[in-house]
Design a protein around this ligand. Structure first.
Ligand code: ZN
Ligand code: ZN
Ligand code: FE
Length: 761
């Protein structure tokens, strides 16, 4: 007779782990107990050696939402007198302030789906069906431990049958905190755009017919409201775009199943695996040509964002064969966070949506859909939110209790608890009060859920960022500033648990530079606690400041001036003809330095080239011109050459001169070379430039590891070409996998760098 004490750590609470252990132990005729502890789950298992072996083998196939990080076993001989009577689920050991991980929301599981469409099941067609293995989690948890009174389900008292299931360790809804049924759970309501309930027997069927009729319906999901409209109806989409103030930005669609996707987009097996994964992200897929959905779903883009149903409401809508593939875009006003409460949704979205499909289960935390792209055999996360949060990134080192506040665009925050780093869902652009309030909400929620009181606040160096001001106002907490591109570098290092110094190629739109220029085309020698700027793109003025971000033609003019001098205005370029009237003013601004900060931004260089190719003179959303440049690229071998560049050795750093590139490129434009080929050559040149620069930095430093970070690496052509060229020169190259390369991943690097720097103080 043996007694085994087994400690399991990882994501093992609130995911049906204890009932799973209970059933296994009973099957193996073992006695003992299973309980939740501070660190995870503790099992006492007693029986014969062979029974134990069978039990341990069974422990390998854990429930779908569980993730085991570590499993420790201690075995001791046992006298029959000490043996437990049977196997039981013991009360949780009080966990002294710590808690097991909060798990993310997931798609409806196969068992629940079967019940949903089983006419004999008591939850048949019930839009809120869930179980221990599936459904909402993070978005409905108010506090930990994960227990019904601490979730937004607390207002729904369980009926007798639900309670019996909940209390029965043999039932698949044992301790399913969000369990409910038509007798005791939430209900769906269809309302008009004022929030007035419409008497409707079958609100779901009505929504389908409204969508068919081209109406806009706001649908409450897991982390907020979506705005839905028929993706085949150009006029209806146009109306949605007008009302939402979103003229061009691509919109994502939701469709019934993988088979329907094949009708409008190409999907390889790896992309299909991602799409059908229980996290159900938006995956960017190549559009079919011709494209059967409306042209204004994703104009100027070769890709379309696609997701599959992930709540019972979605499945029920698509069960009606008449339901069209629909646009499902976040229910927000341009720039504001996604609406979560019913009243708030009506107030904000009442002028956009014609109807609301809502329900009475409150959403505790907002979470937009996550956005992913597969390329080059890798997964690239563009937006990390619903179902990916709050899964922790495991760090190499203890980072204590650190709160990092992120950048201004695509903001996220990062909270560390020892070696775990919790990066929040995408919060948005902190350029308005709504989103700043949302950030405060997430900070409160995150610190409460993870039970961490930060003792170090990390912010960007930009003195005017709202997050910097917030950090500096906090009296009881140490604060530290981390340079934007240093944070990018460390963010990629942290993901790969790299602690040795690296060469960091950080390319993005903008970040505050300590030398009064705006950085964004940087090669750093970076460690966790320090960096040296080894090289940067040559700086050029941004005539008009922020206006130059919205109007890429201004950046084109700036790069033309840098490449040709003041006499560039006679060049045979459309953009110069179109903006002839403004040229004199722009030139004066640049020459006199009026509202023309200098930048080494790589993103702005992409903007300039997009304008030179007449792809886009002014942008309606961030990164539009650069994205369109990537999309137009001719990937064939046709004219696959590169433009020249120069690397100048300066006192402190190499200056990467792109003027020769611009001159050769303008020559190609004048010779009517197609934009796709010019773009191809431009991408090749930049990849070559940064590879050669890395070789110079390697020669100077002896460092052979390169990390790639910054929003420019969302450009898959750039990402792939540069990685390939670097690998061909025997560099070890690392890019982001778990978190976005853009500013959405910045907070992780801030937290790790901030903690490392604070240790030196
Ligand atoms: Zn389920
Ligand atoms: Zn019930
Ligand atoms: Fe950045």
């Amino acid at each position: 007779m043996i007694r085994a004490e087994i400690d399991v750590s990882g994501v093992v609470q609130g995911v049906g782990f204890r009932p799973f252990v209970y059933r296994l132990a009973r099957e193996a005729a073992l006695t003992g107990t299973v309980s939740n502890t501070a660190a995870g789950v503790h099992i006492v298992a007693e029986g014969s050696e062979s029974a134990l072996a069978g039990f341990l083998a069974g422990l390998q196939s854990v429930p779908p939402l569980a993730v085991v990080h570590d499993l420790k076993i201690k075995k001791n001989p046992l006298s029959p007198a000490d043996r437990h009577q049977d196997f039981t689920i013991a009360r949780s050991v009080s966990n002294g302030g710590k808690t097991g991980p909060v798990t993310p929301d997931t798609d409806v599981c196969a068992n629940c789906l079967r019940e949903l469409f089983d006419p004999a099941d008591r939850r048949s067609l019930y839009p809120f069906i869930n179980c221990t293995d599936c459904g909402p989690r993070y978005t409905l948890i108010e506090e930990t431990p994960y227990d019904r009174p601490l979730t937004s389900m607390k207002m729904f008292g369980m009926c007798r049958q639900c309670l019996e299931e909940y209390q029965d360790p043999g039932d698949r809804r044992f301790h399913a905190q969000a369990t409910c049924c038509p007798d005791c759970g939430p209900v769906l309501t269809l309302t008009d755009n004022q929030g007035k309930a419409l008497a409707e027997n079958d609100p779901l069927a009505r929504v389908v017919s409204l969508l068919q009729a081209g109406r806009i319906v706001a649908i409450k999901g897991l982390g907020g409201f979506h705005l839905a409209v028929d993706a085949g109806n150009e006029e209806a989409i146009d109306l949605l775009r007008k009302r939402k103030g979103r003229p061009d930005k691509p919109l994502a669609v939701m469709t019934a199943d993988p088979r329907t996707i094949h009708g409008f987009a190409d999907m390889d097996p790896e992309e299909e695996t991602l799409l059908t994964d229980s996290r159900k992200p938006i995956v960017l897929l190549r559009k079919k040509n011709p494209f059967p959905l409306a042209a204004n779903v994703a104009p100027g883009n070769r890709f379309i964002g696609v997701m599959l149903p992930y709540t019972p409401i979605h499945y029920l809508l698509f069960a009606n064969r008449q339901c069209p593939t629909m646009i499902m875009t976040s229910g927000n006003l341009s720039g504001s966070p996604i609406a979560k409460a019913n009243g708030e949704a009506v107030e904000r979205l009442g002028r956009i949506a014609d109807f609301f499909l809502m329900h009475d289960r409150p959403i505790v935390t907002r979470a937009d859909d996550s956005v992913i792209r597969r390329s080059n055999g890798r997964t690239h996360i563009y937006r990390r939110a619903r179902s990916y949060v709050p899964t922790a990134v495991q760090l190499h080192d203890d980072a204590g209790s650190t709160l990092a506040l992120g950048a201004i665009l695509k903001n996220t925050i990062c909270l560390t608890r020892g070696r775990e780093a919790f990066i929040s869902q995408h919060i948005g652009n902190l350029d308005n009060c709504d989103t700043q309030g949302h950030q405060q909400e997430i900070i409160r929620h995150f610190t409460k859920l993870q039970r961490v009181t930060p003792d170090l606040l990390v912010h960007d160096l930009h003195p005017d960022y709202p997050s910097t001001r917030y950090a500096l106002q906090q009296k009881d907490c140490r604060t530290i500033g981390v340079q934007h591109h240093h944070a990018h570098a460390v963010s990629c290092m942290a993901e790969h648990r790299i602690t040795e110094p690296v060469i960091a190629i950080t390319l993005d739109g903008s970040g505050y530079g300590p030398d009064n220029t705006i950085w964004g085309g940087e090669v750093l020698l970076a460690g966790c606690d320090d960096f040296t700027r080894m090289a940067h793109l040559q700086t050029v003025p941004m005539p008009g400041g922020e206006a130059a971000v919205r109007e890429p033609w201004r950046m084109a003019v700036s790069h033309l001036y840098a490449a040709f001098g003041p006499d560039f205005s006679g060049l045979p370029l459309n953009l110069l003809r179109q903006h002839a009237k403004e040229l004199a003013t722009i030139i004066t601004m640049m020459e006199k330095g009026i509202n023309s900060p200098r930048t080494s931004s790589c993103g702005r260089l992409f903007d300039a080239v997009a304008a030179l190719l007449d792809l886009r003179y002014s942008a309606t959303y961030e990164g539009q011109a650069a994205a369109e440049l990537e999309m137009c690229t001719d990937n064939s071998d046709r004219g696959n050459t590169a433009y020249p560049y120069a690397i100048a050795e300066g006192n402190a750093a190499f200056t990467l001169d792109t003027s020769p590139m611009i001159r050769a490129l303008v020559n190609d434009v004048a010779e009517n070379i197609p934009p796709g080929i010019i773009s191809n050559r431009f991408h090749n040149s930049l990849a070559g430039l940064f590879t050669e620069t890395s070789m110079k930095v390697r020669a100077a430093s002896g460092i052979n590891t390169v990390v790639l970070s910054g929003g420019v690496f969302q450009n898959m052509i750039m990402s792939r070409r540069l990685s390939e060229l670097l690998a061909a020169q025997n560099f070890r190259v690392f890019s982001h996998i778990l978190i976005p390369a853009n500013d959405g991943g910045l907070s992780l690097g801030q937290a790790v760098a901030g903690r490392a720097m604070s240790r030196k103080l």
